[in-house]
Design a protein around this ligand. Structure first.
Ligand SMILES: [Zn+2]
Length: 244
């Protein structure tokens, strides 16, 4: 089975469309949350994703839009985007977001999916080796996929080594399950923050546990134009061009 893994789409339909065109054949999508928030096309993104065999998690923005999470921890731009999204999103899509799980364990494959981290599925950012080490130790499966930071990254803890592997996600990687542990962030589909504005995603071959990481160019200007029309915060519009 071939899985398309994406995270932090943030209502960027042009990015989603480019990913779906570039990804080739796949059997299922795993979406690690933050389907909406920031971007201009929340309904279109949800509809397109739901047309596939989909495992989808809720991210902090999804929960905020669905009024299941307070806005105290959101910065002013993010908060404004949440308010705007609430005015646009259909009742049915709000209900769909509200019903999404915050984490899921695919026990048969030894894989955990979370938005933030295995110990705080909604809010924790895995950005440093000490945080990654604690999360890897707490994870119930050998392999985990997370999003939230918008930066494609790999943390690993080989069974017979004391150190933690910490590096930008390589283009190709074969995951092992013989006691090694892995946490993989495929990057952000709709608002990358690693200074590469292209949409990020990963493909996983479940039979061989081979993971490939990809970037694809999309029509950034088209998304920015829709954001301007929606009067979304200018900083959110600008950052898409730079991947920041
Ligand atoms: Zn996000």
């Amino acid at each position: 089975m071939r899985i398309l893994i994406l995270s932090d789409l943030h209502a960027n339909y042009h990015a989603l469309d480019a990913i779906l065109r570039a990804a080739g054949q796949f059997d299922q999508i795993w979406c690690l949350g933050d389907v909406v928030g920031y971007g201009p096309e929340p309904n279109e993104c949800i509809e397109r994703l739901r047309a596939f065999d989909l495992v989808c998690l809720a991210g902090n923005h999804d929960l905020a839009v669905a009024e299941k999470l307070g806005l105290d921890d959101f910065n002013p731009d993010a908060r404004e985007a949440v308010y705007w999204t609430r005015t646009q999103i259909t009742y049915a899509h709000t209900n769909w977001l509200a019903a999404l799980p915050t984490h899921t364990t695919l026990a048969a494959h030894g894989i955990t999916l979370v938005h933030g981290s295995p110990r705080d599925a909604v809010w924790e950012y895995i950005m440093t080796p000490p945080v990654a080490r604690a999360c890897l130790a707490q994870m119930e499966t050998p392999i985990g996929f997370n999003g939230h930071t918008h930066v494609p990254y790999l943390f690993g803890k080989p069974l017979y080594e004391s150190g933690v592997i910490a590096e930008p996600l390589p283009a190709r990687l074969t995951l092992t399950q013989g006691g090694d542990r892995w946490l993989i962030n495929p990057g952000s589909a709709g608002q990358p923050r690693d200074e590469d504005p292209r949409a990020a995603y990963a493909l996983l071959d479940l039979a061989t546990l081979t993971l490939t990481h990809h970037r694809v160019q999309y029509d950034v200007a088209a998304t920015q134009k829709l954001m301007k029309q929606a009067q979304l915060p200018s900083r959110l519009i600008r950052r898409l061009r730079f991947g920041q």
